[in-house]
Design a protein around this ligand. Structure first.
Ligand code: SF4
Length: 361
């Protein structure tokens, strides 16, 4: 074992024993980790912050305390509970994975990376994280926090994303044989709480004496980044139709693709051209322009024109649509972009510009 390895892992684990984050899915010292909780949290944490995940994790654990409970839930209930967390393909995979673990593994998660990789929605990172954290396997776990810590520790000059390839090898150089799960979580915690993207707290860092970026007094200059390409812009229109009894017209998106299986308002496809006033009335109702909303997805930015109308009581839903009453709307599996459109439309309606916008008998 190299000198740097024994020093760095011992310092890091010592720091972790004193400063580890208390997270609802994490086993306390001396406790055995629950693979279901680890898997659930790791899927939720993909591209989502710890702060955003906490409430969702608590909700899922209350509704479905074990993988077999989740596997037996109706798909719609799982999508509904996930609504607002984003990246909805994760929810579909989560559900498919629970069903597979229940049906083919007797409700017990595989403990090695290869077995975990065969589960829906479990890629190389998630498999490594579950293997290390839930089963204490010597897997190399690299998330965004770990990348930043390693890039600074070694003052990596190669810009990201190209430098990503080198990170697992660098982590392996300092990873201990014992306590691989704690080591993985220690690296993540260090990145999340000390070696933060801006203003890292180097004076509190257990690795400050080993850190090449710190020695150059240049921590914030790492990781180096290649110039980013601007996100393409897509445009579209969404039609918010409220009936006189307060119900709102929605439909379900196709099961595959972006926001698959989620609910939405009627509207146009999202493309490169400017959205225009819908030429056809919806359910025989003329729609008024209520403004635009912006939303950012991973691969594109979206500008959505919101059109609003009020339909008479008794109006039938068009094919593929349904009317949702106010209580149902509150619980519906609407993604964030549709919630933004809803807020914009309701604000417009509250101004009383449209005739008959009042809800009532
Ligand atoms: Fe990060 Fe500073 Fe610690 Fe280096 S010394 S790993 S830059 S917090």
């Amino acid at each position: 074992m190299s000198k740097s390895k024994t020093e760095i892992d011992a310092k890091l684990l010592g720091w972790y024993d004193r400063h580890r984050r208390d997270l609802p899915w994490r086993a306390r010292p001396g406790e055995k980790p629950d693979p279901y909780a680890v898997w659930l949290s790791e899927v939720m944490l993909q591209q989502t912050t710890v702060a955003a995940v906490r409430a969702y994790f608590d909700k899922f654990i209350k509704l479905w305390p074990g993988v077999n409970n989740l596997a037996q839930a109706p798909a719609e209930a799982v999508m509904q509970a996930w609504a607002g967390l984003g990246y909805y393909s994760r929810a579909r995979n989560l559900y498919a994975c629970a069903r597979k673990v229940a049906a083919e593994h007797g409700g017990i998660f595989p403990s090695d990376e290869a077995g975990l990789r065969r589960l829906p929605g479990v890629g190389p990172y998630t498999a490594a994280a579950i293997a290390a954290i839930a089963f204490d396997r010597p897997a190399i776990v690299v998330d965004g926090n770990v990348e930043r810590v390693m890039a600074r520790l070694r003052a990596l000059e190669t810009p990201f994303p190209e430098a990503k390839k080198a990170i697992p090898g660098l982590v392996a150089e300092i990873a201990p044989r014992k306590r691989p799960g704690d080591f993985a979580q220690a690296m993540m915690d260090l990145g999340a709480t000390v070696c933060t993207p801006r203003r890292p707290a180097c004076v509190l860092c257990p690795l400050s004496g080993d850190c090449a970026a710190r020695k150059r007094d240049a921590a914030e200059n790492f990781p180096r980044r290649a110039a980013r390409k601007p996100r393409p812009l897509r445009r579209g229109a969404v039609f918010y139709l409220r009936r006189a009894d307060g119900a709102v017209l929605t439909r379900t998106r196709p099961p595959r693709g972006l926001l698959g299986g989620m609910e939405e308002f009627f509207g146009t496809d999202w493309g490169e051209t400017l959205a225009e006033q819908p030429s056809e009335p919806l359910c025989g109702v003329d729609l008024a322009f209520a403004g635009e909303i912006d939303h950012v997805f991973t691969h594109f930015a979206l500008k959505l024109a919101v059109f609003v109308g009020v339909a008479p009581r008794g109006t039938q839903a068009p094919r593929g649509g349904r009317w949702r009453g106010p209580e149902e709307m509150a619980a519906a599996a609407l993604p964030s972009v549709m919630r933004k459109a809803e807020a914009r439309a309701e604000k417009f309606l509250a101004r009383g510009v449209l005739p008959d916008a009042r809800i009532g008998p």
